[in-house]
Design a protein around this ligand. Structure first.
Ligand code: SF4
Length: 379
């Protein structure tokens, strides 16, 4: 089954660390919904099987009024066959999830919220320039659960200078107490061209401490394991079997449609990238054109993408899949490249899979890059 990703490019405030595509002006929300519906229709022939997941990401999808979601759902269901048990997720920020909004969303086919909590501490949320406060962070989870939204994921951030180890433990414990089936936790990374990067450069903020971040990652793994969660992807933890279907399909290379500014889609061979500019996206769609560029993925691109995404998961890299999809030469090169990391005990060869050890999880991106194969390797 395929997936549909819809990027809603609006946020109430700009978080200091964020480099996603969004605008803090909500002026063109109406036009954006029209354009998104137009793009969905234009791409209706790109998915021929059933749609198993729909994911609204952003930006902050929860800023959209419920009637806009309704229009988007109507457009999707008129042009695609959506599975009766499709996972339908909205990324939401706590300040948007008041009782009225939750009740409105409850009337729609939405069955999962991914809530951007980030921290339960007021001073941390202010430091991040989040739009919500600490009490909204707690209230919205309880309120969503009371309204019948059981399938919740909450996002947390660690590794920022304000977050002591004690506070991090308190954030993790609080997250566990809510008994949401899913928790995502991300190490703060300082992306170029963000307010945070600028503040660090000017000496107004302390740089991120990698050792502190690594220690907090290890605490996270231990505590969530004690709390009954499976660590199924570097940044994602779920109660047994409660994996995020949309993201898991993405890591497994399942085709998906990308809709909205900056969204990308994938059909198994080709990637489509939408322009990351609201005005240009609207103009193209209003004038009857798609706002995308097409990127043909070479065998090397697809191999490296498979390595990058599968290594991060608990299922690991399948050596059988490498042989079947990429051929013997890729398999032999991978068997050679893995050796150093097996010796360092960062990787283990479990039957026909390569998996990260607990220590290896700290170096996932580095290990993946060393397993990459490029044309220059003269296969
Ligand atoms: S709410 Fe999310 S997308 Fe918007 S600025 Fe903050 S982190 Fe970025």
């Amino acid at each position: 089954m395929s997936g549909i990703y819809i990027h809603i490019p609006f946020c109430k405030k700009a978080c200091t660390y964020c480099d996603f595509h969004f605008s803090t002006s909500l002026k063109y929300v109406e036009e954006m919904t029209d354009a998104i519906c137009t793009e969905i229709i234009k791409k209706k022939d790109r998915i021929t099987d059933q749609v198993g997941t729909i994911y609204f990401g952003g930006g902050t999808p929860s800023v959209l009024p419920a009637k806009h979601f309704e229009r988007i759902f109507d457009t999707i269901t008129s042009h695609f066959s959506v599975s009766a048990d499709a996972e339908i997720t909205i990324e939401a920020n706590p300040d948007d999830l008041d009782a009225k909004k939750i009740a409105e969303l409850r009337q729609l086919p939405v069955n999962r919220f991914s809530i951007g909590i980030q921290s339960f501490f007021e001073e941390d949320l202010r430091w991040m320039n989040r739009a919500h406060n600490a009490s909204e962070a707690e209230d919205c989870i309880k309120r969503s659960q009371d309204a019948g939204f059981e399938n919740l994921s909450i996002d947390l951030i660690y590794g920022y200078p304000l977050l002591t180890d004690t506070k991090w433990l308190q954030n993790i414990n609080k997250a566990i107490e809510f008994q949401t089936p899913h928790i995502s936790a991300y190490s703060l990374t300082v992306e170029p061209r963000t307010a945070l990067a600028d503040a660090i450069k000017k000496g107004k903020q302390i740089p991120v401490n990698d050792e502190q971040s690594a220690a907090q990652f290890m605490t996270l793994i231990d505590k969530l394991k004690e709390g009954g969660f499976e660590h199924y992807e570097i940044s994602n933890f779920a109660q047994p079997g409660k994996y995020a279907v949309h993201n898991t399909n993405y890591w497994r290379g399942t085709p998906y449609l990308g809709i909205g500014p900056s969204a990308h889609g994938f059909n198994g061979q080709t990637r489509y990238l939408n322009i990351a500019n609201n005005a240009a996206y609207l103009r193209e769609l209003q004038e009857g054109r798609l706002a995308e560029t097409v990127e043909e993925l070479s065998l090397y691109d697809r191999f490296n993408e498979y390595i990058m995404t599968s290594l991060r998961t608990m299922w690991g890299i399948s050596l059988d899949k490498i042989e079947a999809d990429f051929g013997k030469v890729f398999l032999e090169r991978t068997l050679k490249n893995k050796q150093l990391f097996i010796e360092r005990q960062w990787l283990l060869n479990d039957a026909s899979h390569l998996k990260l050890t607990p220590e290896g999880k700290l170096f996932a991106d580095y290990i993946a890059s060393e397993l990459f194969i490029t044309e220059d390797d003269y296969l």
